[in-house]
Design a protein around this ligand. Structure first.
Ligand code: CUA
Length: 363
């Protein structure tokens, strides 16, 4: 069971790496991850392949890291003391020749012993509770600056809907955030909701997990201080494609972020060369589930496609966003993401070609 969940975790972390178009240094970093993170972390601007709570790169993740180190140290000390005493007892009091039929001295009702193994564990637990409670209060009560970026994330089976309410931007699955520096703090306040079942937002290097719960609004914040692409995933089992509900967070310089926001706000590209594909797309039921800003496609059941080509992956991290994968997805989404809620549209080869040509203009 433990082996299975470990291999699942590995698979979940390695899958997006495999699917990413990796540079040489990122490949080295992936190799490093597979070798239990022996190599140093990727430098700024690269894919951060390690979904690792021990390499925090944001304020809340650092607090989580500090508490987990303390808890691990205390537990390691307990383990050493207990296993040490056990080993000494086994060696010192082992049965020797001539001991047959004899019993060691039996001790009953020792107040000192009873007190020791009651009071010491209570003290240890109190320390852990106090430190944890203080960290929770610090993280949850942190006062963000008034101009903190606001992002609303809605979990769906099995993708992420992402709104930037102050900018009028709607996107999916790949969250872009500005980096925080010593001189310019740029934290992000996240509001988390769900459209169906419980999901959980988890980007280990940025913050702890927070659930997205139907009919409820949860809040969390992140303040990344290194640029790069961070990998996260849904951390609450939410159905058949839970393992492919992956999340990317692209942390950029404030200028890059402003450029990205401006590009996302612009109306959808209209390329007359792909008119056939566009007409076909608009005629079919695609428009009931997907939105392309400024067109008749206003569906909200599936991811927004207005800037589909600005994303690295399709299917919420299920596969790299390449023409071949788009074709495969259009032929039958169930190949890349079995069980996903987009049905096989039974398109002909020619229709797939036309629609993929149209989708590829949505930059
Ligand atoms: Cu969403 Cu697991």
């Amino acid at each position: 069971m433990a082996g299975m969940s470990l291999s699942l975790t590995l698979q979940r972390i390695v899958a997006p790496l495999k699917s990413a178009r990796l540079g040489v240094s990122a490949r080295v970093a992936r190799f490093g991850f597979v070798l239990c993170c022996l190599l140093p972390r990727a430098s700024a601007g690269e894919l951060r392949p390690v979904g690792n709570i021990f390499k925090p790169l944001s304020a809340p993740a650092e607090s989580v890291y500090e508490v987990s180190l303390l808890a691990l140290l205390i537990c390691a000390a307990i383990f050493l003391v207990v296993s040490g005493l056990l080993t000494v007892a086994m060696i010192k009091f082992r049965a020797r020749p001539g001991d047959e039929g004899k019993e060691p001295p039996q001790i009953y009702g020792s107040n000192q012993l009873e007190l020791a193994w009651t009071v010491i564990p209570i003290l240890i637990v109190v320390v852990l509770v106090l430190v944890t409670a203080r960290t929770i209060v610090d993280v949850q009560g942190a006062k963000l600056p008034d101009d903190a970026l606001k992002v609303r994330v809605v979990g769906h089976q099995w993708w992420w809907e992402i709104h930037y309410p102050d900018h009028g931007v709607l996107t999916a699955n790949e969250l872009h955030l500005p980096v925080s520096t010593r001189n310019q703090r740029r934290p992000t306040a996240l509001t988390l909701e769900s459209a169906d079942v419980i999901h959980s937002f988890w980007v280990p290097q940025l913050a702890g997990k927070t659930d997205l719960i139907p009919n409820r609004r949860n809040a969390m914040w992140v303040e990344p201080y290194a640029t790069g692409t961070y990998l996260g995933n849904c951390a609450e089992y939410c159905g058949v494609q839970h393992a492919k509900m992956l999340l990317r967070v692209v942390v950029e310089s404030p200028e890059e972020f402003a450029t990205w926001i401006a590009a996302q706000k612009a109306p959808a590209v209209e390329d007359p060369a792909v008119r056939a594909g566009r007409d076909l797309f608009m005629k079919m039921s695609c428009v009931n589930c997907h939105r392309v800003a400024g067109t008749a496609a206003i569906g909200v059941f599936g991811p927004d496609l207005t800037r589909l080509m600005s994303r690295d992956t399709i299917g919420s991290g299920a596969a790299p966003n390449t023409p071949e994968n788009l074709r495969s997805w259009m032929r039958d989404p169930q190949i890349i993401k079995p069980g996903c809620l987009m049905p096989n549209m039974q398109l002909t080869r020619n229709e797939v070609t036309r629609i993929v040509a149209y989708l590829q203009t949505l930059k």
